[in-house]
Ligand binder design. Structure first.
Ligand SMILES: [Zn+2]
Length: 302
């Protein structure tokens, strides 16, 4: 027997922009659905899309999400997201993306550092790094992984707690890598980040792209094999994505929070399609700018 005590928020309007123009995309099971989803799952939640700001969100949405991460084996959890091999590559491409917009490599804040896979790279570039991670299980491994780095301070906190307890610190660089899709209130998290941003500092965000080309392909298959299902999100199984965004969402969010979008791009190196299809799908997703993640650089509006 397996008990899951979920607290669910039901939304009649978009949780990001409050628009009532939202559309039900279909059901998302608590596991991999494949191309023939009908017989696959146990329980499902719906995926919704906001027609105003283009956010995709789980509805209802689990909000006591800390229980997901405490029960996961951190190594297995992060293995499903980032492999050891592509993490060097990923960091290199992030540096290429941010360096021309970054005025100072003084201090950086790693929000939702996980087990520190990318924190160690931040520590090589910045004079000082603070890494915060709310999950007790992940934090334990984060501390172990970073114990040799003497310019990193780690803190087991939510971003909300951390920003309330540290009202005077400001950062040159706030790193929010694969985090916004996990929190029930991403706008609130970004507003905390804005408050901790130094005048010339930048916020880097990386999130799943709801315009990903692979989704279009799976949706085409679902129109034949599982009409009431959607491939978007993962609200009930690892990696536990409650949200997906697009470039349009970030243009909306930036204008609401009085931030400026300095640069945006989508990442295309992964397609999750079978071997032979990988290269053509990768090529097309580059061409159409429909990669699997959106990366954004934000700064305070002048
Ligand atoms: Zn919206």
């Amino acid at each position: 027997m397996h008990t899951l005590r979920l607290l669910l928020n039901f939304y009649s309007q978009c949780p990001v922009c409050k628009s009532k123009k939202v559309k039900n995309l279909g059901l998302r099971y608590d596991g991999s659905q494949g191309l023939f989803p009908c017989a696959k799952g146990h329980i499902a939640l719906s995926g919704y899309k906001c027609l105003n700001c283009d956010t995709v969100f789980s509805n209802p949405m689990p909000i006591n999400t800390q229980l997901f991460y405490e029960s996961e084996n951190p190594l297995e959890y992060f293995d499903t997201i980032l492999t050891k091999d592509d993490i060097n590559q990923r960091w290199k491409s992030i540096v290429e993306f941010v360096q021309e917009h970054l005025k100072s490599w003084g201090n950086a804040l790693d929000v939702g550092a996980g087990i520190g896979l990318l924190t160690q790279f931040l520590a090589q570039e910045f004079a000082e790094v603070i890494a915060i991670e709310p999950s007790r299980t992940f934090f334990k491994m984060l501390k172990e992984n970073l114990h040799n780095e003497n310019n990193i301070r780690v803190s087991q906190n939510t971003f909300e707690e951390f920003s309330q307890n540290n009202t005077t610190i400001q950062f040159d660089f706030i790193f929010i890598h694969e985090v916004l899709e996990h929190v029930p209130n991403p706008i609130e998290l970004l507003s905390f980040a804005k408050n901790m941003l130094r005048e010339n500092g930048i916020i880097y965000v990386c999130v799943p792209n709801n315009r990903w080309l692979t989704y279009d392909i799976v949706k085409l298959a679902y129109s034949l094999t599982g009409r009431c299902f959607t491939p978007h999100l993962a609200p009930l199984h690892p990696p536990f994505h409650l949200y997906e965004f697009s470039k349009r969402t970030f243009r909306y969010i930036a204008s609401t929070l009085n931030l400026e979008v300095v640069a945006m791009r989508t990442r295309t190196e992964r397609t999750y399609v079978p071997g032979l299809l990988h290269s053509p799908v990768k090529f097309l997703s580059k061409l159409l700018d429909k990669g699997y993640e959106v990366e954004v650089i934000l700064k305070k509006s002048t």
